[in-house]
Design a protein around this ligand. Structure first.
Ligand SMILES: Cc1cc2nc3c(=O)[nH]c(=O)nc-3n(C[C@H](O)[C@H](O)[C@H](O)COP(=O)(O)OP(=O)(O)OC[C@H]3O[C@@H](n4cnc5c(N)ncnc54)[C@H](O)[C@@H]3O)c2cc1C
Length: 380
């Protein structure tokens, strides 16, 4: 029987980053993926590294996002040094474009919100924004510059993190789908594959939006897929330096000249179809933001499935099952949050304490809610 210090279900960026961090701390780690690793959300994402909350419900995530953004330079340098592969990290800031007639009032609210959360944000007049990013539309009323935000080529990063993990001693098993957690009483002894049991002192569920399909994991990781459609454009004449946002879409420039445009958020199960409505929404939003894109070449279209939790916040940390940890539910921020997720899981396993408070993200918040509901339903 294969035996590890740590067995990880799922070889996306989250599972890969955790494996790398633990191997570098001297642990024997096995990663088990049902297909070739790194082909799901971590491949499909846009790679924006933005700790700013998209809505008030995401405010609890800001400290984690800031901590992870701060780790990014050393995370990238470490992965690039181990592998010799570039991961397209672009610490150039992001720019949010405001089109409404009430842009000036919106601007002061947005800036105050960011400053209140300890996030850098600068108001820009339309002409100053266009000087920074000449591709922006003439219709722009004002903009917000977030100079500390960044982007990364998440496809290149995921490949490099998995390669760095291998070179650091992690064993990665493709076509090794995890069917169940190997539970005995109050302990998790490892993973159960189709024809094999894998023994481990620590077991981590990091199978993205598929985590709840692993037998025994759904109570702690009740995630569901949130489909996102994306388009990659190429426009030789058009230069975009920073990530650009509007209310409708975002544009993410890559080092190779591609401009990614995205993304929809759809709850339609596990299918990854591209739809006319989805692509239309992305393209019309992209052309509204940067009209020159009307003549851009469409190079690629795709869709991916984000792991979303019931409160849209990540699910991180230990459970009431000895040896079982969860690391999923990163929804729209899993690329941003991979370094801090890996760091906190490593701290917990090696030190039994963490440097950033993760109580709010505990897997027990769902397990406890379900057992309370079950108690209420049991007749006296
Ligand atoms: C369109 C889109 C845009 C996005 N944009 C951004 C962005 O700009 N910034 C950002 O921070 N985040 C973004 N995200 C979110 C981010 O991509 C995800 O949160 C992150 O990639 C999740 O990583 P993961 O490793 O948990 O999951 P995944 O990458 O989905 O990996 C899960 C892995 O588990 C494997 N698996 C599944 N079931 C099993 C099983 N039973 N046994 C073994 N293995 C299994 C899968 O094969 C896969 O390899 C975006 C996502 C999408 C789809």
């Amino acid at each position: 029987m294969k035996s590890f210090d740590v067995a990880i279900a799922g070889g996306g960026l989250v599972g890969g980053a955790i494996a790398l961090e633990l191997a570098r701390a001297g642990l024997r780690v096995g990663v088990f993926d049902r297909q070739a690793p790194g082909q799901e959300a971590s491949w499909a994402g846009a790679g924006i590294l933005s700790p700013a909350p998209e809505n008030p419900g995401m405010i609890p995530l800001v400290p984690l996002g800031k901590a992870s953004r701060a780790l990014y330079p050393e995370f990238v340098a470490m992965v690039e040094e181990i592998t010799g592969q570039s991961v397209g990290f672009r610490p150039k800031g992001t720019l949010e474009a405001l089109f409404s007639r009430h842009a000036r009032a919106e601007l002061s609210t947005i800036i105050a919100l960011h400053h209140g959360l300890g996030l850098k944000a600068e108001p820009l007049r339309a002409e100053d924004a266009r000087e920074l990013e000449p591709a922006l539309s003439d219709e722009l009323e004002a903009a917000v510059l977030r100079p500390e935000e960044a982007s990364v080529d998440n496809r290149a990063l995921t490949v490099a993190v998995l390669e760095a993990a291998k070179r650091s001693g992690v064993e990665i098993f493709s076509a090794s789908g995890v069917e169940a957690l190997w539970r005995e009483g109050g302990r998790c002894n490892g993973l159960i594959l189709r024809n094999e049991k894998i023994a481990a002192k620590w077991t981590i569920v990091a199978a993205g939006c598929f985590s709840a399909n692993i037998n025994g994991a759904a109570l702690y990781a009740p995630v569901r897929p949130a489909k996102g459609q994306m388009v990659a454009l190429r426009a030789e004449e058009l230069k975009i330096e920073r990530v650009l946002w509007s209310e409708k879409i975002y544009l993410v420039p890559r080092n190779d000249g591609r401009i990614l445009a995205g993304a929809t958020v759809e709850y339609v199960g596990f299918e990854k179809n591209l739809t006319a409505g989805g692509i239309e929404k992305i393209l019309s939003g992209a052309i509204e933001l940067a009209p020159g894109l009307a003549s851009a070449r469409i190079e690629e279209t795709w869709a991916g499935l984000r792991p979303d939790s019931p409160d849209h916040l990540p699910i991180l940390g230990p459970t009431d099952v000895d040896g079982l940890l969860i690391a999923t539910g990163h929804f729209r921020s899993g690329i941003l949050l991979a370094p801090i997720t890996a760091r906190l899981i490593r701290e917990w396993i090696t030190l039994q304490r963490v440097s950033v408070d993760w109580e709010r993200f505990s897997p027990m918040r769902f397990a406890e809610a379900q057992s309370e509901a079950a108690t209420r339903q049991t007749p006296a």
